[in-house]
Write a protein that binds this ligand. Structure first.
Ligand SMILES: Cc1cc2nc3c(=O)[nH]c(=O)nc-3n(C[C@H](O)[C@H](O)[C@H](O)COP(=O)(O)OP(=O)(O)OC[C@H]3O[C@@H](n4cnc5c(N)ncnc54)[C@H](O)[C@@H]3O)c2cc1C
Length: 402
């Protein structure tokens, strides 16, 4: 059963963060949005104060339920299903605020979005009816395992046996695994004779329930999961390795199937864009840098903060304009993959520089695990590999020898 939805009372528009926002949203309409006021209040009151503790000790489901109660998980989805049907500018601003406040919370929430979209787009009416509204509201939490599909060689496959699918092999990274009600597991089809087919199968798997208070792993003959990976960054995201031996999933759990070429093409169009999370994290570092410059009377730090602020505003505006064009026009989307990947790499580089500037200007205190600066620097490193494509790797490496 999914966790009950907490009834949290939120003070709309009240922000307790002591750090002023010197950058603001890319879309001025976001400043007038009720949804953004609620999320900004939650970010300031709850996410910012607990971010370092969650980074160190790990996120738990009630925290994500509280986020869901702000409406953040349903923002882009139809109102008929309990979402907000919010425009891209509002969704991006919400992502920036959440990622800037707590990278762990952002990443766990981000894993929920693609499975929700997939269920909404699925031809499987039974699956849609069972999960769509619960996922949009955030009453049910989702995870996803798909990054392995971009690798040149596979270690995980799905066999089609008519009334069921059979899963074999390992998934290295499944964030949210022990917290999620459903996991969108995607894999290449393998024939019964063991040959890989050029088709990708997407299944909605309900992971066996675990009580994290008593156990940090699952060990069954057909499925092994956990424990939570020890990581230099994002260690609090409940990211578990999962492996399967003839694990059976009913055919009723099929979300969709696509020729691999189509899946990879669609994925390359989406993964080229800069993630608003990178701007949100950089924005938070620059805000803190600006506040630090004033409170410690460091004029050079103020100049650096101003330079980074100007770069962020320009780059962000370009990234979002390019992404809008790509969303509207599939031909343009394909033609601009290279340019958009270059902007994505520039955003990752800016985020790293902003976190590094905050560390440099903070002195030794930045190395304390209670400091936001070290956490943001580690989160910025993580973003270099999160959703990494071969093109992005090349573009990011380019910044290191300039
Ligand atoms: C903390 C954490 C949590 C994560 N959570 C999830 C999750 O919940 N769900 C999920 O699906 N993924 C998750 N990931 C995976 C993450 O998105 C991937 O790490 C990322 O996409 C990089 O892929 P990889 O680790 O498979 O690296 P690689 O296998 O190195 O692949 C990265 C890219 O480089 C390309 N590449 C690899 N080798 C070469 C080569 N020799 N030459 C040229 N190109 C090459 C690949 O094709 C691919 O596009 C998580 C990762 C981390 C670190």
């Amino acid at each position: 059963m999914p966790s009950p939805h907490p009834q949290r009372k939120i003070d709309v528009g009240v922000r307790v963060s002591s750090v002023a926002d010197v950058i603001g949203p890319a879309d001025p309409q976001a400043s007038q949005s009720h949804e953004i006021a609620v999320i900004a209040g939650f970010a300031a009151d709850t996410l910012v104060p607990h971010a370092n503790r969650i980074d160190q000790r790990g996120i738990r489901r009630p925290h994500l339920d509280e986020l869901a109660a702000t409406g953040a998980l349903g923002l882009p989805f139809p109102t008929a299903l309990g979402g907000s049907d919010a425009p891209a500018g509002i969704v991006r601003e919400a992502t920036e605020l959440i990622a800037g406040a707590c990278g762990t919370t952002w990443f766990c929430a981000a894993q929920h979005r693609s499975p929700t979209k997939a269920v909404l787009a699925s031809d499987n009416a039974l699956l849609h009816d069972r999960w769509a509204a619960r996922l949009v509201s955030g009453n049910a939490l989702a995870a996803i395992a798909f990054a392995h599909l971009r690798r040149p060689t596979q270690r995980f496959w799905i066999r089609d046996e008519g009334d069921r699918f059979v899963l074999n092999g390992s998934l290295d990274w499944v964030t949210n695994w022990p917290l999620a009600d459903v996991v969108l597991v995607e894999g290449y089809l393998k024939s019964s004779s063991g040959e890989q087919r050029d088709e990708i199968i997407s299944l909605l798997v309900e992971p066996p329930k675990l009580d994290l208070v008593h156990s940090n792993q699952l060990d069954r003959d057909d499925i092994q999961a956990g424990p939570s990976l020890s990581l230099a960054a994002m260690g609090g995201t409940q990211t578990w390795p999962v492996s399967f031996v003839d694990f059976q999933v009913s055919a009723e759990q099929l979300v969709g199937r696509l020729p691999a070429e189509n899946w990879l093409h669609a994925n390359s169009l989406i993964s080229a864009d800069a993630n608003p999370a990178s701007f949100g994290m950089a924005r938070a570092s620059i805000n803190e840098l600006t506040a630090l410059a004033a409170s410690t009377d460091q004029p050079q730090v103020a100049e650096v903060a101003e330079g980074l602020r100007a770069q962020l505003i320009e780059l962000r505006s370009r990234a979002y304009a390019d992404a809008d064009v790509a969303t509207e026009d599939p031909t343009m989307a394909a033609a601009t993959i290279g340019d958009r990947t270059a902007v994505r790499a520039a955003a990752l580089d800016l985020n790293l520089r902003a976190a590094t500037a905050l560390i440099t200007a903070s002195g030794g205190a930045a190395m304390m695990l209670s400091s936001n600066a070290q956490r943001r620097a580690r989160e910025a490193l993580f973003l270099l590999v999160q959703g990494q494509t071969a093109d992005l790797r090349q573009a990011s490496l380019g910044y290191l020898v300039e």
